[in-house]
Design a protein around this ligand. Structure first.
Ligand code: 5GP
Length: 193
């Protein structure tokens, strides 16, 4: 089941760019709509209510807004993987992620202090596209001995098959609040329930 208010907003304010990129910077990743983020967080809480997690993990920058809203409501700490190693971070788990949207490799890192073998992680991000960012988080969790209990995405671009990649990696709980199955011809098509 998709989140209707989100789907309506994507259709009203989203833009399809070159058939692969969905521009949502009017309400998700540049200008942000906190009330929509709240509705997103409430839906994630409903969908993941059976999971036992003690930490939310995301990637900077666009994953931070939904994650902090969710962390606030669930009263859980939120850790975001950084793209640059701060001089103050002594020891970190580091991995490389390939971005098809930017056509480049980026390093992601999380301090050893904030991801440990005691952690049961819920990963949250704005988009599931090819699944590489999510796989990189799996790698960081593996390095730390942490368990990924589930993954939640605001928008999934189904035609890029990221979900299948993550399922092959052993992630069984994947929830996306809106599933886009085509961006062809500058038209956004959202999968019906
Ligand atoms: P993946 O690693 O799954 O290919 O891509 C996930 C990351 O790329 C997300 O964190 C998101 O920030 C970015 N991304 C992927 N597709 C889109 C898109 O269509 N629009 C926007 N705005 N960001 C995207």
């Amino acid at each position: 089941m998709s989140l209707k208010v989100l789907c309506d907003r994507i259709l009203a304010d989203g833009r399809s760019l070159e058939g692969v990129i969905l521009k949502v910077d009017k309400f998700i990743n540049h200008q942000m709509d906190p009330y929509l983020m709240k509705q997103v967080a409430v839906e994630f809480i409903r969908r993941f209510s059976d999971l036992r997690v003690n930490k939310i993990v995301t990637v900077e920058a666009s994953g931070i807004a939904p994650s902090i809203m969710l962390g606030y409501m669930m009263e859980l700490p939120v850790v975001f993987a950084k793209k640059k190693l701060p001089s103050t971070m002594q020891e970190a788990y580091v991995t490389t992620v390939h971005s098809f949207t930017k056509q480049s490799d980026t390093q992601l890192m999380i301090s050893r202090e904030y991801l440990t073998a005691d952690d049961h992680v819920l990963f949250i991000d704005d988009f599931l596209a090819y699944g590489n960012a999510a796989l990189a988080i799996c790698d960081l969790c593996r390095q730390a001995g942490a368990t990924v209990e589930g993954m939640g995405f605001i928008i999934e671009k189904e035609m890029l098959h990221g979900r299948e990649l993550l399922q092959k990696e052993g992630i069984s709980r994947i929830e996306s609040l809106a599933i886009v199955d085509s961006l062809e011809n500058n038209t956004i098509h959202i999968k019906e329930d």
